[in-house]
Design a protein around this ligand. Structure first.
Ligand code: SAM
Ligand code: SF4
Length: 457
């Protein structure tokens, strides 16, 4: 399979070289232009990757914040991962689940264990799950995944399940679509072919092209809602960021839809890792730049921040364009009971609970959202992108965030969170411009207080 139509490494190197020669005036022009929220060309993004120094960085961060609020308003969507299995036939050097790790406590949850995990997650107050598993042709089959989805949807109040799992065939993707997958996530890890080869020495994942073409098969099966990502730290972040934008551009040109989400995992220590050190370490300042450049380049794409990052950095990143965060994450199967450190994929950093994170967001003026409306209203793929690009999506997002936060406060939150959350809801209501939408939202809040649930626009 030839992938040069997707990732052109020579072109990326050229863009990076041109970006290096950019002047401050050119970079400031790009930041200015980006605030129209129309996205950036690869040339423009390459220039922004050269930004250093407080003055330019602050302007970049400010622009990222403006764009995020223009498209999504103040809402930040919250979810948590559910690991169903740590069994894996691949040997990704960076991952604790790799086949060469003989000391890992291996486990694949059965249907009832998955239902139990999902219930524990629901009891924390979550409505969205990211289902994650290793790649094992016998254990983590399509049947394992689809059964998990069906059971969780039927047995809990979890309303949206996204999936991060190995690339599949068209037939398998069709089955995933049938059982109501939300977003299908697949990270290329690094788009740099040579590095990819070194990092993935065994198993089906060693096939770079198969991974890169997986989204085409997902589309063929009718899945138009997808997420991409780079595992930052494996290779030069500038190269990989530009390559991921090239991938997004390719999807948009060929399938008329860009990525629904971009994840920004950064390499963490893992048990029996095959990497003695991070090959391309990234500072926190560089990481913030990565988030901000993504926000300017792909204004309509959700940026997902995980608990791989520290509490301190996460609190800062909330204002730099991030639109979805995970909280209370465990990276081992069955992790929501007793944590088994010998079964983890990697070490998380931010251990705060959902309730604590809701408070942090309220303190910062962000609206924690448990909304799952778009997927159930069929606002996915091109339909979602159109709304986002016309900046209309926040008309739904803000109201749905208010309604789902209210549910959370009534059903799960601590007393302190309730006080903060109610104050935020009142403030957000006052900020709704349309008096009609404001009064509909008020009516629905009353209905929720009277016991109704799952109301959305
Ligand atoms: N096994 C499937 C795969 O690799 O595509 C599904 C999900 S894998 C469990 C989820 C993601 O975790 C990987 O795509 C990778 O980016 C990330 N990951 C693996 N090891 C990591 C580490 N040591 N630190 C941070 N992220 C890691
Ligand atoms: Fe397996 Fe995924 Fe870990 Fe690679 S990253 S070893 S495929 S679980």
């Amino acid at each position: 399979m030839d992938t040069t139509g997707i990732i052109n490494e020579r072109k990326i190197e050229e863009l990076l070289n041109t970006g290096k020669q950019s002047s401050k005036i050119e970079r400031l022009d790009v930041i200015e232009k980006a605030q129209d929220a129309q996205g950036l060309s690869l040339e423009d993004a390459a220039m922004l990757l050269e930004i250093e120094g407080e003055e330019e960085m602050n302007l970049l961060f400010e622009a990222a914040k403006v764009i995020k609020e223009k498209i999504y308003g103040k809402r930040i969507v919250v979810f948590t991962p559910l690991y169903t299995s740590n069994e894996c036939q691949n040997n990704c050097l960076y991952c604790g689940f790799r086949v060469a790790n003989k000391d890992l406590h291996r486990k694949t949850l059965c249907t009832s264990e998955i239902a139990h995990e999902a219930k524990a997650i629901e009891n924390q107050g979550h409505k969205r799950i990211l289902l994650v598993c290793g790649e094992d042709k016998k254990k983590t089959t399509i049947h394992h995944i689809t059964e998990a989805l069906q059971n969780i949807y039927q047995g809990t109040d979890i309303r949206r399940i996204n999936v991060n799992a190995a690339p599949m065939s068209v037939e398998e993707f069709k089955k995933l679509k049938e059982v109501g997958i939300g977003t299908y996530q697949i990270f290329q890890e690094t788009y740099h072919r040579e590095t990819y080869k070194v990092m993935h020495p065994g198993g089906p994942k060693s096939n770079y092209d198969d991974r890169l073409h997986a989204l085409g098969r997902a589309f063929e099966a009718g899945i138009d809602d997808f997420g991409i990502g780079v595992l930052f730290g494996l290779y030069d972040y500038r190269f990989d960021l530009l390559a991921s934008l090239m991938h997004a551009e390719y999807m948009e040109e060929n399938y008329s839809v860009g990525p629904h989400t971009i994840s920004i995992p950064r390499l963490r220590p893992a048990m029996d890792s095959g990497l003695k050190e991070t090959p391309y370490p990234i500072t926190d300042e560089e990481f913030k730049k990565i988030v901000a450049v993504y926000r300017l380049a792909l204004p309509y794409t959700g940026i997902i921040l995980s608990t791989r990052e520290s509490a301190e950095l996460r609190d800062q990143l909330l204002s730099l364009g991030v639109s979805q965060i995970s909280t209370g994450s465990k990276t081992s199967p069955g992790g929501n009971g007793k944590t088994d450190h010998e079964a983890q994929q990697f070490e998380t950093s931010d251990e705060r609970t959902l309730d604590e994170m809701v408070q942090v967001m309220c303190d910062q003026g962000h609206l924690p959202s448990f909304c799952t409306a778009c997927y159930r209203k069929k606002r996915t793929g091109a339909a979602f992108m159109e709304l986002a690009k016309d900046e209309h999506i926040h008309e739904f997002c803000e109201q749905n965030a208010i309604l789902t936060l209210k549910e959370n406060l009534l059903d799960y939150a601590s007393d302190e969170t309730v006080i903060k959350g109610e104050a935020l809801i009142n403030k957000a209501l006052g900020e709704i411009r349309s008096s009609k939408i404001r009064s509909i939202t008020r009516e629905r809040l009353m209905e929720i207080e009277n016991g109704k649930r799952d109301l959305y626009l």
